[in-house]
Design a protein around this ligand. Structure first.
Ligand code: G3P
Ligand code: CA
Length: 280
């Protein structure tokens, strides 16, 4: 029943916004050859093709480039603070070394997370999760990935609390979506925040069967596969199970064009400008 209500509320929100949108006429008519549906343009780790991933520089650029969402990776410091970084170590994207979970917030914040991408980004810090919520909610959608949540017991409750404190746990509230490769973590998030859409991430073709998608649809609103396993049949089956599909990671115009042709609902891209020109 809870699941039904969640789907209904989200669906009602979509229908309501379509009714009053300039696209309502287009949706009411039969699409003609060559027409493109609108897709959500999701800036992967920010505009990570142009600026250091998961930093304010990257998220700010994504907003300037008119992305619909920023995608962020959330982990936890040794002293329990939620931080935004992709790898489970700081080695690749900062001037430090070690596991994220072995370093305190102060140690993490002292690192340079920008220089590896270019000297003009020197000194960019690792953001905190709450800093990103406060800076961007209401300005741009936020696709929140719980990265390796199995390393951080209780991180689901912490994320839920940070969202609830900001009233971001309401239906259709300011475009917040949760996602993870860890499906159990997303089942938990669905129970903790029944009105916030959740998604599952995978590159596993075996999870694109009707039976697998049906099971996933009992708790998820989004099925988010790597684009290598996207086909028209997969997109249709995801839709027939009442879910939406967002695919990653676009790093070429060809990949963006392929996903437009597949009629996915969201394109997750390092280059928001590869999506925009065709997204009218
Ligand atoms: O949003 C999809 C994408 O972020 C999943 O892969 O490794 O970039 O976090 P990854
Ligand atoms: Ca991610």
């Amino acid at each position: 029943m809870k699941k039904l209500n969640k789907k209904l509320l989200i669906g009602t929100g979509v229908a309501f916004s379509l009714l009053f949108s300039p696209f309502s006429q287009a949706f009411a008519e039969e699409p003609t050859t060559g027409e493109r549906k609108q897709v959500d343009n999701v800036a992967h780790r920010g505009a990570a093709g142009y600026a250091p991933e998961n930093t304010i520089a990257s998220f700010g650029l994504a907003v300037d480039m008119k992305a619909d969402y920023i995608e962020i990776d959330v982990q936890r410091s040794k002293d329990g603070e939620l931080v935004v970084i992709h790898d489970t170590t700081v080695d690749r994207t900062t001037d430090g070394k070690g596991k994220v979970g072995d370093l305190t917030l102060e140690q993490l914040r002292s690192l340079d997370a920008g220089s590896w991408k270019g000297e003009e980004f020197a000194g960019e810090p690792i953001p905190t999760f709450e800093e990103i919520l406060d800076r961007y909610h209401g300005k741009v959608g936020i696709l929140i990935e719980l990265k390796a949540p199995e390393l951080y017991p209780g991180i689901e409750e912490q994320v839920a609390e940070a969202l609830s404190e900001r009233n971001l746990d309401k239906p259709q509230n300011e475009k917040i979506i949760l996602q993870s490769f860890n499906f159990d973590s997303m089942k938990k998030m669905d129970e903790l925040l029944p009105h916030v859409p959740v998604g599952v991430l995978t590159s596993n073709r075996a999870l694109t069967t009707k039976a697998a998608l049906k099971e996933i649809s009992t708790y998820a609103e989004w099925f988010n596969p790597s684009y290598g396993i996207v086909t028209e049949d997969v997109v249709n089956e995801v839709h027939s199970q009442g879910m939406q599909i967002g695919s990653w990671t676009v790093r070429s115009q060809e990949a963006a064009d392929f996903l437009f042709d597949m009629k996915v609902d969201a394109i997750i891209t390092d280059y928001p400008d590869y999506v925009d020109p065709r997204n009218e």
